[in-house]
Design a protein around this ligand. Structure first.
Ligand code: NDP
Length: 295
């Protein structure tokens, strides 16, 4: 891929599956791309496609005004960018951290960056590595709006949808955590459902079309519940929480009759029963969020 002289240069630190996909997308978009990874050798394919392989992280950072870091977590980010030779070179440049971690770690990294004269944007990637460079990719960003606007051409070279969520640096990580909460509790529910179905002689394949149907019910429910949660209206006219408790208790009973661990559903049922116990049995399920938020 030939490098465009009109596009800025970019550095990618961290060449796990996601870092490699980010670097490959930058190369495909024609950006001069320098790469580095702690364990050598992971840059081979990227170099063959036109990337510059740096011998050290500080050398990689020195090659571009913008460095994108994407490693396993912020402990790894700290080990990498807070090393004196790297932080010295980062001074006056922009660091875009697309590593996943908590909002508190994002804020801490922003404080550290400001104290070291490093321009800092935080971000989260909501889609898997193969989506990068395609319209399916979803990126969330937070930090100074002017800095985000300045580096938009580089970020948008990654394809997909980019949303700037606000100047508060922890917002991208907050959205990431909330969305991961939805994803992994749903995945735990799905794995558990397959175990119950199997115990009753139903294959995952037989269940799949109906599982997809249940999944499709969720998006409109999320929209309606979001309005209820934000406005403090918890109408349970269609499906009161007492009805949810009853359905959940059936899942627990069937699981345990087969010796299948029902801890996840027991926890959900326990939450719902607590809400009923507080006198909200006729409310809709999202009342759970309000009760959980009480301190
Ligand atoms: P991993 O989460 O497995 O991270 C591997 C990378 O982290 C490697 O480059 C590894 O280097 C580096 N690393 C680990 N510890 C250190 C350290 N102490 N110092 C320096 N580098 C270190 O790989 P991914 O690429 O998949 O994920 C990167 C980030 O992207 C994660 O935060 C992940 O949650 C996020 N993400 C990933 C998605 C995916 O589909 N893979 C989807 C959405 C988000 P080394 O090779 O030397 O071990």
């Amino acid at each position: 891929m030939s490098v465009s002289p009109d596009l800025p240069a970019v550095t990618v630190l961290g060449l796990g599956p996601m870092g490699r996909s980010l670097a490959a997308a930058f190369l495909k978009a024609g950006l001069s791309t320098t790469v580095w990874n702690r364990t050598p050798g992971k840059d081979r394919e990227l170099i063959a496609r036109g990337a510059v392989g740096a011998g050290a992280a500080e050398e990689a950072v020195a090659a571009s005004d913008v460095t994108v870091v994407c490693v396993v977590d912020y402990d790894a980010v700290d080990a990498l960018v807070r090393a004196a030779p790297v932080s010295r070179v980062l001074k006056g440049r922009t660091l875009v951290n697309l590593t996943a971690d908590t909002p508190a770690r994002a804020r801490d990294t922003a404080h550290w960056a400001a104290a070291h004269g490093i321009r800092y944007l935080d971000g989260a990637i909501m889609t898997p590595a193969p989506s990068i460079g395609t319209p399916e990719a979803v990126f969330l960003h937070s930090g100074p709006r002017s800095l985000y606007d300045e580096h938009r051409p580089v970020l948008e070279a990654l394809g997909g949808t980019h949303t700037h969520l606000g100047e508060e640096i922890g917002r991208a990580a907050t959205f990431d955590i909330a969305l991961l909460d939805i994803f992994w509790t749903a995945m735990a529910g799905y794995a558990h459902a397959v175990a119950i179905a199997r115990a009753e002689g139903v294959t995952a394949g037989e269940l799949a079309p109906f599982a997809q149907g249940i999944g499709a019910i969720l998006p409109p429910l999320f929209a309606g519940f979001a309005r209820d949660a934000d406005e403090g209206t918890y109408s349970g006219e269609i499906n009161p929480i007492t009805s949810a408790v009853s359905a959940m208790s059936h899942v627990v009973a069937v699981s345990e009759s087969h010796g299948i661990d029902a801890a996840v559903m027991r926890a959900a049922e326990g939450m719902a029963r607590r809400v009923v116990g507080l006198g909200h049995g006729t409310d809709g399920f999202i009342r759970v969020a309000e009760v959980l938020s009480r301190r």
